[in-house]
Design a protein around this ligand. Structure first.
Ligand code: FAQ
Length: 311
């Protein structure tokens, strides 16, 4: 049963009022938001790493410039999200500390390797595509700073998804070998992309409470279904094959039925045993350590300026 404060809080949420940092909120609401927003922020910056592999190997100068811009956008998304988390009374340093200590989660998808240039296409198209489907509803979520951060993030993700599809289209219109590269990337990224939406509704421990608080507006399975329904026609347009023998149009539902997800693989990746978990964490930690001199210099510079002002 809810306290009078909690009842008033829930009534505001039900009425569609946004919750702002200085408003009263239940401790569990604050904790849930810190959990989700920090995981989301970590995903943005760890998500830069798989693509970094192809910056020096992009096939043209134009592709390289586009890829660099996309990777830079992801850093920006991380910054908006860490800032949104900080409005809830946690520090960015503490959140990064948890990430580097291996205590914080980030999206499972970024623990897979990027083996060919076609993976840059598949990531933009399928991974950023899934991110958009998940994040468009978050623009309307109950917590003001998170919802506002999502507006700009979604605009940039749309550009990312288009650039990914454009890479796939170029490969599919190219030589048979290039088209095969695109098919291979689709085969490897399809199922991990579907896992991004999280466990099935029956297994999703956080969903019921998060939906009551309007932190989540749609269930994991509903958003996953939207991804499948939206992407199959795009796969057909590319002339590629869906790597799912059980996929078929369900006339009655007006949606696609699809095969079972390998949840053992999903849980294994979450436990830190995916193909690249260790490598990603080590790269992230090294980048942070290598940047220490720069953070120190910024602080020294700020101190000097403050001292000069005071004098
Ligand atoms: N990976 O009870 P639920 C991007 C965890 S897009 C790892 O259903 P919830 C853009 C979950 O945290 C990717 N862990 O949980 C980009 C929970 O663990 P906990 C980031 C997962 O929170 C593209 C447990 O399983 N997007 O970065 C995953 O209600 C290209 C039970 O699950 C977001 O984070 C997973 N796939 O729903 C960047 C979007 N799925 O915390 C660079 C915001 C679930 O209890 C390059 N987040 N878990 O220990 C969300 O919408 C939600 O947090 C869900 C999970 C839907 C991910």
């Amino acid at each position: 049963d809810m306290s009078p404060e909690e009842q008033a809080f829930q009534a505001r949420i039900d009425a569609g009022v946004k919750i702002e940092p200085k408003d009263w909120m239940p401790e569990a609401y604050r904790k849930t938001l810190v959990r989700q927003i920090s995981q989301h922020a970590h995903s943005e910056i760890v998500g830069q790493l798989p693509e970094a592999n192809w910056v020096t190997r992009a096939p043209t100068l134009e592709r390289k410039a586009i890829l660099l811009a996309k990777i830079q956008d992801e850093a920006g998304h991380g910054l908006y999200l860490y800032s949104a988390a900080e409005t809830l009374g946690v520090s960015r340093d503490a959140l990064l500390g948890d990430l580097h200590a291996g205590k914080a989660k980030y999206s499972s998808i970024f623990n897979y390797p990027t083996l060919s240039w076609a993976d840059m296409g598949a990531i933009g198209w399928l991974v950023d595509g899934s991110a958009i489907i998940n994040q468009i509803p978050l623009c309307r979520c109950s917590y003001g700073p998170y919802s506002r951060a999502m507006v700009r993030v979604c605009k940039e993700e749309s550009f990312h998804a288009r650039q990914g599809y454009d890479i796939m289209l170029a490969l599919c219109r190219g030589t048979p070998e290039q088209k095969q590269m695109a098919q291979d990337a689709l085969n490897r990224w399809w199922w991990p992309a579907l896992m991004m939406f999280g466990p099935s509704d029956a297994e999703s421990v956080n969903s019921a409470q998060s939906m009551q608080w309007r932190i989540k507006l749609f269930s994991n399975d509903e958003l996953r279904q939207r991804m499948v329904d939206q992407t199959i026609p795009q796969i057909e347009y590319l002339g590629l094959t869906v790597p799912d023998p059980d996929l078929k149009w369900n006339e009655e539902r007006g949606r696609y039925d699809f095969g079972d997800i390998n949840w053992d693989e999903f849980h294994n990746v979450l436990r830190g045993n995916g193909p690249c978990n260790r490598e990603r964490l080590a790269t992230r930690k090294k980048a942070y350590d290598d940047g220490a001199w720069f953070r120190d210099a910024l602080v020294a510079h700020a101190d000097k300026r403050a001292a000069r002002k005071a004098a």
